[in-house]
Design a protein around this ligand. Structure first.
Ligand code: FES
Ligand SMILES: [Fe+2]
Length: 413
């Protein structure tokens, strides 16, 4: 039976456990592509400011499916699977640009900005011979459409026709945070891509995990950018499907948390040659300096001081994925603020002072769980065993438990 998920006995501890098998089993991966990436889920596609004018397009992914997002002549946003209806060739090879139509390089089938098939080369054949049958109907062979919605300038897509709107999907807490970040017009200031040697879910766990952030990332704690002792917490949305990890640097409540615990994360006697790197501006009234939001399944919004970004995790098979990072600022940034954003962008990305480590540690897990027994599972009991709003709590894995709850719901485990 094509759509039956493989049998898996989830540990009786529920969302405080995740069997290593879900990172290792090709059949489970195949089911995720159906049940999550083609399932009742909204997926971040791009920012609407990346395609401001008629004919602008941007290519992206939903799961492994290549996607084109376009702005049509009426100002509408369309998304289609980037797969020619003739033989399945990738239709649009460029990451972005402006086109009147899309012509396939293979046999020149041509599509409108809305994905309609408008022309088939040699449809009538040559000199009365060959060509397509007379009843071949162009209307039946457009690109596969993806339902789209623009929420606060973030463009989302889904294959599900019946799914609720994006705002309901996010829930009030997460929608409020998206509004907080997208409070005025933004513009993209750069992109980075990072190959991850691990299953896509390992990165999604990592970005929901405040426990590791100040332990693994020596730069954070050493330069006091983020310490677990700072005030902050975890907000959940949609019963834990989504979450927001936040902290406020100006409110370090226990100065000595990092002393004498054998943590490698505070490196003594190091400094920065150029301390201008640490200059920053408190630009939000709520005092929050680091806010990482996870929108199930593969989207993060990020504010690390003045670095604003969207991260999208693209699965590339069972044990490989790619992180697509879009850094942005506000259109009305002054030169000094824009300089800070650009400089602080060195925190993230494949060679970043902070997030390069996330790209390695997922690989350590993937290598560590190779050959694991079918009953072995990871443990997530930090901060309790339940899934509830956790204001003021930072030493917690509640957001990971939320992820696994959503995952089990969709996968039928
Ligand atoms: S594969 Fe696109 S026109 Fe043939
Ligand atoms: Fe991290």
């Amino acid at each position: 039976m094509k759509n039956e998920p493989p049998r898996i006995d989830w540990p009786e501890e529920g969302p405080t456990r995740s069997p290593y098998r879900v990172m290792n089993d090709p059949e489970i991966y195949r089911q995720e592509m159906q049940r999550i990436f083609r399932g009742p889920v909204w997926h971040y596609l791009c920012l609407d400011c990346e395609i401001p004018n008629a004919g602008d397009f941007r290519t992206t992914f939903i799961g492994e499916n290549p996607i084109i997002v376009t702005r049509d002549a009426d100002g509408g946003i369309n998304a289609m699977v980037n797969r020619c209806a003739h033989k399945g060739a990738l239709l649009c090879i460029d990451p972005c640009g402006n086109r009147k139509e899309f012509a396939c390089v293979y046999h020149a089938w041509t599509y409108s900005l809305k994905g309609d098939l408008t022309a088939v080369a040699f449809q009538r054949g040559l000199a009365g011979t060959g060509g397509m049958p007379s009843d071949f109907d162009l209307k039946q062979h457009g690109l596969e459409r993806v339902r789209v919605e623009n929420f606060c300038g973030m463009v989302y897509g889904t294959f599900d026709d019946k799914l609720e709107d994006v705002e309901t999907y996010l829930g009030p807490e997460m929608s409020a945070h998206v509004r907080r970040i997208f409070n005025r017009p933004v513009e993209v200031i750069g992109y980075s891509h990072q190959l991850l040697p691990n299953n896509w879910k390992l990165y999604m766990e990592n970005s929901r995990d405040p426990y590791h952030a100040t332990i693994l990332h020596a730069f954070y704690a050493t330069f006091k950018l983020n310490r677990l002792s700072m005030q902050g917490g975890v907000a959940l949305g949609h019963n834990g499907w989504h979450n927001l990890l936040y902290s406020a640097a100006e409110r370090d409540i226990q100065k000595d948390d990092y002393q004498g615990k054998g943590l490698r994360s505070v490196i003594k006697d190091v400094g920065l040659e150029d301390s201008s790197f640490l200059t920053r501006l408190q630009e939000f009234d709520d005092g929050i300096t680091v806010a990482i939001q996870s929108i199930f399944p593969t989207c993060n919004t990020q504010q690390i001081y003045n670095t604003l970004a969207i991260r999208q995790t693209v699965p590339l098979g069972l044990t490989k994925s790619e992180l697509h990072v879009t850094c942005f600022g506000y259109k009305d940034d002054d030169a000094e603020l824009r300089r800070m954003r650009n400089q602080q962008a060195n925190l993230i990305g494949p060679a970043g002072y902070v997030s390069m480590e996330d790209g390695s540690v997922g690989g350590y897990v993937q290598r560590g769980i190779a050959g694991a027994d079918k009953d072995e599972a990871s443990i997530m009991e930090m901060g309790g065993r339940d899934i509830k709003q956790s204001p003021g709590v930072r030493a917690t894995e509640v957001a990971l438990r939320g992820f696994w709850q959503a995952y089990r719901e969709l996968m039928g485990f």
